[in-house]
Design a protein. Sequence first.
Length: 256
Amino acid sequence: MAFIGGGLFGRGPRTIAVNDVSFAVGRREIVALIGASGSGKTTIVRTALGLQAPSAGAVRFCGRPVDTLGASERQAWRRRVQLIFQDPSEALNPRMTVQQILLEGLAIHRLGTRAERQARIVEALGFVGLAPADAFLGRHPHTLSGGQRQRVAIAAALVLEPELLVADEPVSMLDPSIRAGILELFRRLRTERGMSTLIVTHDLPSAYNLADRAHVMNRGRIVEEGDTAAVFRSPRDDYTRRLIAAARGKVQEAAS
Ligand SMILES: Nc1ncnc2c1ncn2[C@@H]1O[C@H](COP(=O)(O)OP(=O)(O)OP(=O)(O)O)[C@@H](O)[C@H]1O
Ligand SMILES: [Mg+2]
């Protein structure tokens, strides 16, 4: 993935943000993408979601290159892959109530009757721990805590019954005391709903606790990949070793 600098007409230096990166997320799998700031994690996420086109290479979903999908298949792909943002305040429309937020995606994708939609959003709020639903449906995002807002954002994805969740630093804006609860939701989405998750994080304990596999990025390349436990136990790459050493106290805490 290359960015051309120099403004509108693309003159100026070319930044190679991500280069020669290839990875897959399998069914019911949680994969962590770890790396320092600027290493290219968000670029990968945006490319994987089709928000920006790769300058070379392809994104495949269920084996199909996504740039070959027709309009209706593209719409289906947009439902089946949902994005969870770092900052739920930005993701949620401040003028809408929780009910309107949760209904919006269902309306866009024309899913269910009115009664079915209502049942689905109540169920999703319960799943993410916002119950009773009546206590939340009429509220606006700014009246919720940061953790509750992220739960609403996850519920908004969940009502669409996606197969893959892509979460870009979903807990880094949240107070450490409520991070574990949100990470637990991703775990339950896998075990209870069979979802796959690609989670971007620079928080090693989160990756360690949650992911089956980890990919470590440094300066636009994947420098290490494998079973999360193995990567943390015996990192082969020097950058990964330094990252782990820097976080050692935290990882040990999380592992114990
Ligand atoms: N639209 C853009 N135009 C030019 N360069 C960009 C653009 N977006 C990202 N970059 C550059 O690409 C590189 C990777 O950025 P990216 O946002 O993917 O990093 P990141 O790993 O997500 O970092 P962070 O942890 O801070 O979110 C950086 O050097 C960044 O400055
Ligand atoms: Mg980023």
